[in-house]
Design a protein around this ligand. Structure first.
Ligand code: SF4
Ligand code: SF4
Length: 80
């Protein structure tokens, strides 16, 4: 099972909180004012405007990143 990790770049302020809490280091350090899901962690990228991320087999769905994000920019859902 994988979880789909989705970052809304219209909301992300790039403060890096998500990078600091993820136990499986899904996120890159912020650059260009945004954070990013590491390419090598993505099995199937999402292709939606202003969204970055995709299905990540290593994500355990703990939602620590969602709780840590001050901008409500992250969503985690089970891959269908
Ligand atoms: S839900 Fe947990 S494991 Fe998945 S990206 Fe967020 S912090 Fe990392
Ligand atoms: S915690 Fe939220 S606002 Fe901060 S870098 Fe991560 S996604 Fe962006």
């Amino acid at each position: 099972m994988a979880f789909v990790v989705r970052i809304d770049h219209t909301k992300c302020s790039g403060n890096g909180s998500c990078c600091n809490v993820c136990p499986v280091e899904i996120y890159e350090k912020p650059h260009d004012g945004k954070c990013w899901v590491k390419k090598e962690k993505i099995k199937k990228p999402i292709k939606e405007k202003n969204m970055q991320g995709g299905a990540c087999p290593e994500c355990i769905g703990c939602t620590a990143c969602v709780s840590a994000c001050p901008a409500q920019a992250i969503t985690i859902e089970e891959e269908k």
